[in-house]
Design a protein around this ligand. Structure first.
Ligand code: TXA
Ligand code: MG
Length: 331
């Protein structure tokens, strides 16, 4: 008799550690989004990780550690302001990119760059894992281009139900870490994230500017070159297209023209909206919805700026992405 039922491969902490030691890739929870972890010291495992995600090799990975003093060993120099940031924001949803001593980090992890991004996640399970496993590289645990995973079941949607996942429940923040890059003695924001840019003002004494790429200039964060966060459904952010039947919106508003509204949360709680963002985008795919209009009439301050940026990128059209390609129909 054949066993057709695949079992769910939820693993515990000890199992996750053993798999990582063996050079396997394991999905683990963080407070931002689930990460796809491989051991920093195992370039073959990191290669496997890039292949699994379908991630371009030019897109470097963030190094995750359990204590910020571990980071010092990799650095070329240690800016005073890194200590200030670490004190306030770590463990937590901040990634800092700094010049490193390249020989200490495998080339594949840093995509050949002489800088690397570091983060100390605050999720208790993964902190414990990091204490035992040592540094792990972790991109978000989604197929390249898809919305990030904020629940164990999202990881299984993208990688199959037999993929090893350390289940840590729903991610509290729901959007990725904010990335600050240290250049010319100052920090700039390379990716908006769970920490709003204005929150850095009292710590650094200035609000780090958002890095904007000039025409022809290389991006500060290679990931910005690639499409992200997109469901299969077409998203419309501008005027309401005629005939649209599905809406992504807010609890305080009614959308009488819509057959069905996906409610992101309250206009009074960007935290709630961020937390539900990717699961809502993924729900459109589960329900095989082809198009939805997104209500973007919300403030452009604090965490709302991150939410707006994610929605804009999720709505970008790009038929080149593997998961957006329509199957060929043979006539
Ligand atoms: O919240 C997060 O940061 C999650 C969790 C799992 O920790 N991780 C995450 O990783 O979002 P990923 O790989 O999906 O996004 C990392 C971003 C990419 O855009 C990458 O280009 C950028 O960080 N990055 C990594 N190293 C960099 C470097 N040395 N310089 C500039 N950007 C870098
Ligand atoms: Mg990602």
């Amino acid at each position: 008799m054949y066993m057709t039922k695949r079992v769910k491969m939820r693993v515990n902490l000890a199992e996750a550690r053993v798999l990582l030691e063996r050079g396997e890739v394991v999905a683990v929870p963080t407070e931002t989004v689930y990460g796809l972890a491989a051991s920093l010291g195992q370039p073959e495992a990191i290669k496997k990780l890039f292949a699994l995600k379908g991630r371009p090799l030019a897109n470097p990975l963030i190094v995750h550690v359990s204590h910020w003093l571990e980071i010092a060993a990799y650095l070329d120099s240690f800016p005073l302001s890194l200590g200030l940031l670490a004190d306030v924001f770590w463990p937590g949803p901040l990634t800092c990119v700094l010049p490193i001593r390249p020989s200490l980090i495998p080339e594949i992890a840093r995509a050949g760059l002489t800088t690397a991004g570091f983060r100390i996640p605050s999720h208790p399970l993964t902190r414990k894992l990091l204490e035992q496993s040592g540094p792990l590289v972790m991109p978000s645990a989604n197929l390249s281009g898809r919305p990030s995973a904020t629940e164990a079941s999202h990881v299984e949607e993208d990688f199959g139900s037999d993929f090893p996942v350390l289940d840590g429940g729903k991610c509290e923040k729901g959007v990725e870490s904010t990335i600050l890059v240290y250049r010319g003695e100052k920090w700039v924001v390379a990716r908006l994230g769970a920490i709003a840019a204005e929150v850095f003002l009292p710590v650094l004494g200035y609000r780090p500017p958002l890095f904007k790429r000039e025409e022809g200039q290389r991006p500060i964060s290679p990931g910005q070159l690639f499409r992200h966060y997109a469901p299969r459904a077409a998203l419309f952010l501008g005027p309401i297209p005629s005939g649209i039947t599905h809406v992504i919106g807010f609890a305080e508003r009614s959308y009488p023209f819509a057959k069905h509204s996906f409610i992101l949360g309250s206009l009074f709680s960007p935290e709630e909206v961020a937390e539900k963002l990717y699961s809502t985008l993924r729900q459109l795919d589960i329900e095989k919805i082809e198009a939805a209009w997104v209500d973007t009439d919300f403030p452009r301050t604090g965490l709302w700026v991150t939410i707006a940026e994610r929605l804009e990128r999720a709505a970008q059209k790009n038929d080149e992405l593997p998961h957006k390609k329509q199957p060929q129909i043979n006539k």
